[in-house]
Design a protein around this ligand. Structure first.
Ligand code: ZN
Length: 849
């Protein structure tokens, strides 16, 4: 509709232009000035404002990117000159060709560079407490839609801006709701006691290579399938007591595989941001601080391996929208790039302290946003040519027949299929061979991304000054997908005769209506098993030892679905890609599997590990019920649950709701409203002990094991409890574990798995009383040299030979302690079975032998 109007408007412009009502500013629209103290527009208001802009201005077109997790509209505003907005299809096509220049001649490429526009993506407010940018977006969009000065028009002629006012609309609604509810009370500006993304909270910016959440997937589609932006800025906020704004250049380390022109683009833009801020009298601008150029989990980070120049800004926060005052003595460095707070080359004009308010955040972000738009317009041809150069270099970095092969023959073939599908979703070209192998040639635009995801990480031990201490990883240090997913891959030479892989278009054998057996070992089996368990009258059984019947041999862990179960599970077969075989009937001497009733502990100190656990369990067809402190303390848990899971939450938070205080650290902990205060306390510990005594199963991940060890009288200790960082330290690394076969929790698992550890928990067990049985389910290798598979660890010798996962009986029930994170960020498919199997084990009627 808008395009037609735009075409007609040319003739009428002199008349209509004179009489058209001015486009309403966001302040008029909202009824308060944008950025005013204690005033905040919620996401639905923001969307209404953008939709109004769309209908009022030919420079603005709102695109709907789909629904969020909780059903909000995800929107993105395309903002450019009227002509560019009308011509956006062609601009996208040029951007796509520059991002994938295979077959493009130099002359044609140069024509595209001359013709093309810079596609600049700016995302705001992925972290929902970092609220400023969601407000700034309205103000900026209005300014761009209404400005008549030659400079703004020139910028909009050269650049197509894709502006996403919030990358987590659900959290924006939650946080503004929480803030408004507590306004004027002692809890004004307090943190919310639950995650600001329904499943993943702050980790929504850790999901950009695994693509699990709706918001991530929608944005990833925009970036790598539709618009191919050359430049991307993600706007964040940081703590209150350091610099006022971080702009690029980034801090060390830098990944050497990323094309250096990424950093050249980024640094030119960052330098202009800093200059424009300084000219506007904004102090406290820093670069080369805290945020590195190495880790690929964040929005703009993943793009570096896809030849995109991704930038970050971080502005100092207030108490959501409530102003704060920082006395000079509270200002502190203490982070990479600023050890002591004071002037230095990357921070020439420190902010002196004083009042800091939402309006300051909006101002800093607005200036930085204008500066990136300015540089993109100024450097249009450079940035397009650089994109072309990076894409060409990525394609040329590999030989024409260099490829990764994902063999069809796998211990866990369904997870191999999931990996191939994930690469395809990243717009990586994946091929299939007649035998079911997947092939990924490396001479393609995103070949470097594939290499980064498939190759073990070796963290560069960069030192800022001579001495022992290295720059610590910003986040995790390992993201090797085949290891995490338990999939074998090899780098080899591409054969002839491959076909392009089209996920879910492959024919799936339909079960004939009879019973079938599932090949054990894949987490995907749980989707099928749980679908069958939900069906009335279906029978699901499992072989607890190897079985032979009618010439067929079934390994321990094989699950059998009867005809009713098979029918119920048929709809999930294509998605799960499980391997199954028809059987006449389930063999005798199998154990019945029941649907476990799962309780998942949810502390009020919002736990991302809790959210990820809930996500994984729901995705795999379990039906976990959240249990809060009050529910646990009320007891009678055995009536409701077979298993209760304690996610990776530190023992102090479980015990009393307050995080641990470091030696000599601040003891202050801001109160939550009384209904969210406290932890399990003594009654909760007693209730969980009663639950297990009576036959329940308690499963704890990582540091929650410390709470179990302290609260239950069990013969196990954590060898690394409060280990000094000099002695042992790890940052999200992948380690090798040897799995002990012959236990319901390990049935079907391979002999060796890669487990994700993050300053993890390592067990020493001992013999308990005669009534107590214990099992080491998985252990570290004998030699410390064999421990690390990917990432960074100091002190591997502390892990060698120790137990990583243990189980024991306790009264009539069981305890399972997993010293690693079996479900870490929904990435570690290879260790999901530890969790799933423990849940099925909880329903076993018999006391384990
Ligand atoms: Zn953030």
């Amino acid at each position: 509709m808008k395009r037609l109007l735009a075409a007609c408007a040319v003739a009428a412009v002199s008349l209509a232009g004179a009489s058209a009502a001015p486009i309403q500013s966001p302040s008029d629209f909202l009824g308060f000035p944008v950025g005013a103290d204690r005033k905040i527009a919620d996401y639905r208001q923001i969307v209404s404002y953008f939709r109004m802009l769309d209908s009022a201005s030919p420079r603005v077109e709102v695109q709907d990117l789909g629904k969020t997790t909780l059903g909000e509209d995800m929107i993105m505003a395309v903002i450019s000159s009227e002509q560019n907005v009308a011509n956006s299809r062609r601009i996208r096509e040029v951007a796509r060709r520059l991002a994938d220049p295979r077959g493009l001649s130099d002359a044609d490429a140069e024509t595209l560079v001359r013709e093309g526009k810079v596609v600049l993506l700016i995302t705001c407010n992925i972290h929902s407490t970092e609220i400023g940018a969601s407000q700034m977006a309205m103000e900026w969009a209005h300014a761009l839609a209404t400005a008549e000065d030659a400079e703004t028009k020139r910028r909009l002629e050269n650049v197509v801006l894709l502006l996403v006012p919030s990358l987590n609309p659900d959290g924006q609604m939650m946080e503004t709701g929480w803030y408004r509810k507590n306004l004027g009370t002692k809890f004004e500006g307090s943190r919310m006691p639950w995650l600001y993304h329904h499943y993943v909270g702050h980790d929504n910016n850790r999901d950009w290579f695994m693509l699990t959440q709706k918001e991530t997937r929608a944005m990833s589609r925009v970036m790598y399938h539709e618009w191919f932006p050359q430049i991307f800025l993600d706007e964040h906020q940081m703590g209150s007591t350091g610099p006022r704004i971080f702009v690029p250049p980034y801090a060390d380390p830098v990944d050497p595989d990323i094309h250096p022109l990424v950093w050249r683009d980024v640094n030119v833009i960052g330098a202009n941001m800093a200059m424009r801020l300084e000219q506007a009298g904004k102090s406290g601008v820093i670069y080369g601080y805290s945020y590195d150029a190495y880790w690929p989990g964040g929005t703009k980070n993943t793009g570096w391996w896809k030849n995109m120049s991704g930038l970050l800004t971080e502005v100092a926060s207030v108490r959501f929208a409530t102003p704060i005052v920082i006395p000079p003595g509270e200002l502190a460095g203490g982070r990479k790039g600023l050890v002591e707070y004071g002037p230095q080359t990357n921070f020439p004009n420190p902010w002196p302290g004083g009042a800091w308010r939402l309006r300051d955040i909006v101002d800093y972000e607005r200036i930085a946003s204008d500066a990136i738009l300015e540089t993109c317009a100024e450097r249009r041809e450079d940035f397009l040519r650089n994109m072309l150069a990076r894409s060409r270099a990525a394609i040329a970095a590999a030989g024409p027949r260099d490829a990764w092969r994902i063999p069809s023959d796998q211990p866990d073939r369904p997870s191999a299929v999931q990996l191939a599908r994930l690469m395809n979703e990243h717009n990586v070209e994946v091929f299939t061979a007649g035998n079911g192998d997947f092939w990924i040639p490396l001479a393609q635009p995103y070949g470097k991304f594939v290499n980064e995801m498939f190759t073990p990480q070796r963290y560069p031990e960069v030192k800022l000054v001579a001495g022992k201490e290295i720059v610590r990883p910003y986040d995790v240090s390992a993201w090797t997908l085949p290891l995490m997913m338990g999939v074998r891959v090899e780098k080899t030479t591409l054969p002839e005769g491959l076909a392009r892989y089209r996920p879910l278009a492959e024919p799936t054998p339909e079960p004939s209506g009879g019973a079938f057996a599932l090949k054990p070992g894949s987490p995907e089996n749980a989707k099928v098993v749980n679908a069958a368990l939900r069906a009335r009258g279906a029978s699901v059984t499992i072989a607890r030892a190897p079985l032979t019947q009618a010439g067929q041999t079934w390994p321990a862990g094989t699950v059998f679905l009867d005809a009713a179960g098979a029918r119920a599970a048929a709809p999930v077969l294509p998605d799960s890609a499980v391997e199954w075989e028809p059987v006449a009937s389930a063999p005798a001497s199998v154990e019945k599997v029941r649907a476990p009733r799962v309780g998942l502990y949810k502390p009020w100190a919002a736990s991302m590990d809790e959210g990820w656990t809930r996500w994984v369990l729901e995705q795999y067809g379990f039906d976990p019920k959240s249990v809060d402190n009050k529910t646990v303390r009320a007891g009678r848990l055995a009536e409701k649950f077979d298993a209760i899971v304690l996610p990776d939450v530190e023992k102090e938070v479980i015990a009393n709701g307050k995080p641990r205080v470091e030696e000599g650290g601040m003891r202050y902990f801001a109160d939550l409203p009384p209904e969210y205060a406290g932890g399990l306390e003594k009654e909760g510990a007693k209730a969980l002990a009663d639950f297990v005594e009576a036959g329940g199963t308690l499963v704890a991940f990582d540091s929650a094991s410390d709470w179990v060890i302290e609260s239950f009288n069990i013969p196990v200790r954590n060898v690394l409890y409060r280990a000094k960082a000099d002695d042992f330290s790890s940052a999200g690394a992948l380690v090798r574990l040897h799995v002990t076969p012959g236990h319901p929790v390990t049935d079907g698992l391979p002999e060796e798995v890669a487990a994700f550890v993050d300053d993890s928990t390592v067990f020493q067990t001992a013999a308990g009383g005669a009534e107590l049985q214990r099992w080491v389910l998985a252990a570290y290798p004998e030699s410390s040299r064999d421990v690390l598979l990917s990432g960074w660890i100091r002190g591997e010798d502390r892990l060698a030979r120790r137990a990583a996962a243990v189980a024991m009986t306790y009264g009539k029930g069981k305890i399972v302690l997993l010293g690693f994170r079996p479900q870490h960020r929904a990435q570690t498919h290879g260790t999901f079975p530890f969790l799933f199997n423990a849940l099925y084990w909880s329903t076993a009627a018999e006391r384990p032998k």
